[in-house]
Design a protein around this ligand. Sequence first.
Ligand code: TYC
Length: 109
Amino acid sequence: MANGSRRDEDADAGTVVVPKTRTVTKRPNLYRVLLLNDDYTPMEFVIHVVERFFQKNREEATRIMLHVHHHGVGECGVYTYEVAETKVTQVMDFARKHQHPLQCVMEKK
Ligand code: TYC
């Protein structure tokens, strides 16, 4: 075929067609893990719990403990269901082992 006279059907010769795939992402349900205040658990124990199970530094753990102490409830972190459930169990087991009445619960966001 002469130059400058390519037929239409050859126009896309060598072009690879990749179909678009639709990515359907769904956001996971998230849960707050909360500590509840009580009159008996020592402040130092609560700070230790927040550092140990919620990976907070001492300053942040102290801030959270004082928030709970003054407001009755406070958030330690936000996690997917299974992680939140594990945190609650770990905190409750640790508090029971040390004979403190500290309560930890989860709440859907
Ligand atoms: N209120 C407790 C006290 O005065 C301290 C405390 C803080 C207990 C936070 C529980 O989740 C809690 N010793």
